[in-house]
Ligand binder design. Sequence first.
Ligand code: KG4
Ligand code: ZN
Length: 340
Amino acid sequence: MITLGIETSCDETGVSVTDGRKVLANVVSSSVHLHKKYGGVVPEIASRFHVEYIVEMMKKAIAISGKNLKDIRLVAVTNGPGLVGALLTGISVAKALSYSLGVPLIGVNHILAHLYSSFLGNGGVRFPFVGLVVSGGHTVLFYCEDTVRYKLLGQTQDDAVGEAYDKVAKLLGLGYPGGPIVDKMARSAKRLNKIIFPKSYLGKHSLDFSFSGIKTAVLYYVQRVTKANTEDQKLDKSLVADICYAFQEAATDALVEKACLACAMRRCRRIVVGGGVAANSRLREKLYEAAALNGIAVHFPKMEYCLDNAAMVSFLGEQLYARGQRSNMYLTAEPNLGPR
Ligand code: KG4
Ligand code: ZN
């Protein structure tokens, strides 16, 4: 079913055309360069950017897909969670399209869209599985039997893992968004076990996460080093790399261990990961390794479907539509829509 997807929940303006798992077009324009100097996303700037670029992105997606507007059978749009002004831009365009083309409209939960992004262009992903969503706003574990039958197993009790990456990068003066920079810096670390940051497990059997403790441990470490500022204790590039490495080890260990624990508790042999942090090289490495030891299959999204994109929205929209879900013109932005 040819579905047009729209994603405007944060700083990426995305439009896609999909047909089941097949991605015919997936275009994204990001306003990240406009937020850099503020060290994080400025909602009003993000909203204005969407207004400016959404029509252009739509035209581009349609052209790349080789389809015409009249081929579209369904319009899917992220309606939460996210920034209210940003979400409203996408929702308004989606409603206008759905109304003018006379095709159904469906609102999609952004977190769940991330969860199924590994299905895009990959026929090998199957249910049931333990789903791990790791993004800038969420860190959630699910058990999924189907796109409409899933259970929330655990989630972060404080910072999301991507948020912790961004905060650590900020306090190390590495810029925004921090995840890719910390990932890269960690790869250049030389003294691998020089620093160990404490991990927080919230109990042996808990499937919840906590990342604010690791972030605070990094902050105290940086403050101590900056104060000492001696020959072997100064915040130079090499020590920053060691800190990135130690932070990343602690953060990814928690993700890997909980995902494997969830599999053991659910007697499940498959893990599916989604969200911006799914692009992390060390998380991929460690999860593949740990899962192989436990006889578990792991699926990560292709790189282009890790960060915010519309293809994951149209894919999930089509799945939900096929299972009888519908939205109408009363669809509205739900900034705090939970993982449910
Ligand atoms: O899924 P996403 O695009 O947006 C949200 O829904 O939040 O995720 C963005 C997050 C940011 O926090 C960014 O720092 C993080 O994903 N990220 C990474 C990497 N690439 C992006 N974190 C760790 N390693 C990466 N390579
Ligand atoms: Zn996202």
